[in-house]
Design a protein around this ligand. Structure first.
Ligand code: NDP
Length: 320
């Protein structure tokens, strides 16, 4: 029976689809439009034996969900909007994320598909007032009223909360969330998702200095492996799996890239706040990230590294 993998056209989902197919699974990938099917087939190296099929789904519409879930053994729900800059109206981001998650879970329950793995994010964990030196764990939640909570951060936090609320009311549906940091590493094709756009921007040398923003990083290989681990291991049911083992600050990411690509002019110094404030007037993604400048961030991922005995790709390898 197939796995329904929503948002199969995405950077992360293409890698998950590839890994699932390599492991012998049947994958039913959802697209907003069938026009992208050939692109996805090529990216995930469809073995052409009928194990990869597609369905059309939109997070904002009911159409197609029940049929998409029928006869599946599980759902991996990765689809969610992920722009670098906040839209004018936050609800444009929050609604598809939250409503799409509810649609996925409701369809699962209706079809008797009891296993759901949701791609949440570290951003649903990290942003809240915390004591100095506090290391965040999977028990922590972002406070959506915190000054750092952008529309995207709110969208992921509220979508994940909606998922846990749903399974509390419908305990027959078994949920695991995977909460990745910024996902780096090699994409399956030359379509870069938002996270790689950020790395690409640092690589481009466009910025003479970098904002001092903390970023938990993870390799795409680990993100895919942890989704499949969640699917396969019943001991992960009810868990939020932190998919990251290291927080790097933007200037340190610049320094790692500069060491690997010495011919490029890659910034390694933190930019002063007054300069960032001025630049943010013309740069919407910087404006979105401004409240995170100078933010302290520590994480405790022993639940993943020790609890699940998982070994991450080192963060410097992930970045390069
Ligand atoms: P992409 O933008 O590459 O993928 C997002 C996917 O969601 C695409 O398939 C996109 O479809 C789909 N999608 C967006 N809006 C809708 C909609 N209204 N209806 C149906 N599908 C929709 O990003 P990633 O692969 O990086 O992200 C995948 C998931 O991982 C998201 O849930 C994201 O929040 C999460 N995540 C990503 C991190 C990262 O650093 N990359 C870190 C932590 C979490 P289409 O191709 O048609 O636009």
């Amino acid at each position: 029976r197939p796995i329904l993998l929503t948002g199969v056209s995405g950077f992360i989902a293409k890698r998950i689809a590839y890994d699932l197919l390599q492991k012998g699974y049947h994958v039913r990938g959802s697209l907003r439009s069938m026009d992208r099917a050939d692109e996805v087939r090529a990216a995930v190296q469809d073995p052409g034996d009928g194990r990869l099929t597609f369905v059309e789904l939109d997070l904002t519409r009911d159409a197609g969900w029940d049929a998409a879930v029928t006869s599946c053994q599980a759902i991996l729900h990765t689809a969610s909007p992920f722009p670098l800059a906040s839209p004018k109206n936050e609800e444009d981001l929050i609604r598809p994320a939250v409503d799409g998650t509810r649609r996925a879970l409701k369809a699962a329950r209706m079809a008797g598909v009891n296993r759901v793995v949701l791609t949440s994010s570290m951003v649903a964990i990290l942003y809240a007032e915390r004591p100095a030196g506090y290391a965040a764990t999977a028990a922590d939640w972002t406070d959506v009223t915190h000054k750092s909570a952008s529309a995207y951060i709110k969208s992921k936090t509220l979508a994940e909360q909606a998922a846990w609320d749903f399974v509390k009311r419908n305990p027959e549906v078994q949920l695991t969330t995977v909460n990745p940091g910024l996902v780096c590493g090699t994409p399956m094709d030359n379509r870069f998702g938002t996270s790689l756009e950020l790395i690409q921007r640092v690589m481009s040398g466009k910025d003479p200095m970098l904002p001092d923003i903390p970023i938990p990083v993870v390799d795409i290989e680990d993100v895919s492996a942890l989704h499949i681990m969640a699917l396969e291991r019943p001991d992960t049911i009810g868990q939020r799996i932190m998919a990251t083992d290291d927080v790097l600050r933007m200037p340190a990411i610049g320094a790692l890239l500069a060491a690997t690509y010495p011919k490029r002019k890659i910034a390694t110094k933190p930019a002063p706040r007054f300069l960032l404030k001025a630049l943010a007037m013309f740069d919407t993604s910087l404006k979105t990230a401004m409240p995170q400048v100078g933010l302290p961030m520590q994480i405790d991922t022993r639940a993943t590294t020790e609890g699940l005995s998982y070994r991450f790709v080192p963060s410097d390898t992930a970045i390069q």
